[in-house]
Design a protein around this ligand. Structure first.
Ligand code: SAH
Length: 348
């Protein structure tokens, strides 16, 4: 079976080719095609000798098992891909366009183990971790697709399927290839990792000196309320979460962003807003409200627009920086918390 090209670090690829007797400049040509020119087929690497292209093609692949399914939003601002992996598992990623930004929302696991009640990915349960190569390939594919419009992905958010911090080693290896200057070169300030709060692994980021933008899925301001929708809160309650967030903030020198999925009648009360304001007292981070996207769990619905505005006004008036993220990709079931729901139900 062919090996996944992106499962190897560029240094490993270089060594394999040097051992084969290839010259350094050939290796540089190959890496230039892959990382800078967004090419994902060895045959298109025109300045490499045919024999080398054939050898690469016999031994490695940069493609997914099947042609991905692609769904484009009517206004063209978001595109969702479904990728089939070598074992038949399906993952999804989304490109979101806004002004000069091209953001790719990547998946890090097939399914997810955390069981948040409002999230469709959680309903798949945990199937497996993605390899580093499978994570990076989502970016390589998206860049390849953007060649036509002479664009490249500028920002990465680990907000697709799964909990990246629970797939720590593969996440870190992928991050190096995504951000390394000589590789895809997306700066660490343009890479956001969203976590439900796997505290020991936030600590690992600090211990291993890994700088990224961190987003915390807070979603609730009391332990009782949060545990009811996010089982991970039973293990790591809000006070411990906040203590760990402060440590990361000190390490990075910049506050994290908190995400708050607003659910009608569950976490949108005046009390909830007041508790949130209290939680933010003395902490400079900002709150990103995400009104609940379509969700198949009974009893969970999005608040009406005027309630969303009201809630955000309460937070704002309490002195907290707040934005409402009307998350992109809703028409294509590619918004936060919606990935792979349809694939699971066999609707695609
Ligand atoms: N496991 C990571 C990343 C995946 S979810 C995490 O928990 O952060 C990315 C964001 O989408 C999270 O903030 C999550 O709270 C939010 N989300 C999940 N389901 C949603 C839904 N149905 N509507 C709106 N946002 C949702």
């Amino acid at each position: 079976m062919k090996k996944l090209f992106f499962d190897y670090t560029p240094a490993e690829i270089s060594n394999i080719l040097l051992d084969r007797g290839e010259k350094k400049f050939r290796i540089n040509q190959l890496l230039d095609w892959v990382y800078k020119k967004s090419v994902i087929s060895f045959y298109e690497m025109k300045n490499l000798p045919t024999s080398l292209r054939e050898w690469l093609n016999e031994n490695f692949t940069m493609m997914f098992e099947k042609a991905p399914y692609l769904v484009t939003a009517p206004n063209g601002d978001s595109m969702k891909f479904g990728f089939t992996l070598s074992d038949g598992a399906v993952i999804e990623s989304v490109i979101l366009k806004s002004r000069d930004r091209r953001t790719l929302c990547v998946s890090s696991q097939v399914g997810c183990a955390l069981g948040c009640t409002f999230c469709e990915t959680a309903k798949l349960g945990f199937i497996r971790n993605l390899s580093a190569g499978e994570i990076v390939m989502q970016l390589a594919y998206a860049n390849n697709l953007l060649i036509k419009s002479e664009e490249r992905i500028t920002n990465i958010v680990f907000m697709g399927m799964g909990e990246a911090l629970s797939n720590f080693e593969n996440f870190v290896q992928a991050l190096e290839i995504i951000s390394g200057e000589e590789f895809f070169g997306i700066g660490r300030r343009k890479i956001t990792v969203s976590t439900a709060g796997v505290l020991p692994n936030i600590q690992k980021l600090i211990d291993r000196n890994i700088l990224v933008k961190l987003a915390i899925s807070l979603n609730s301001s009391s332990d009782e309320e949060r545990s009811a929708v996010m089982p991970i809160n039973n293990r790591y309650p809000i006070s411990e979460l906040m203590a760990q967030v402060r440590k990361y903030t000190e390490f990075r020198g910049q506050p994290v962003t908190f995400e708050y999925v607003l659910i009608k009648g569950k976490n949108d009360s005046r009390d909830a807003a007041d508790r949130l304001i209290k939680l933010f007292r003395g902490y400079p981070g900002k709150l990103n409200i995400i009104p609940l996207n379509d969700c198949t769990t009974e009893g969970l619905v999005r608040p009406e627009e005027n309630f969303i505005d009201q809630f955000s006004k309460w937070i704002h008036d309490g002195g907290v920086t707040v934005t409402v993220r009307r998350s992109g990709g809703q028409e294509i079931d590619g918004a936060c918390g919606q990935l792979a729901g349809k694939a699971k139900r066999g609707e695609i």
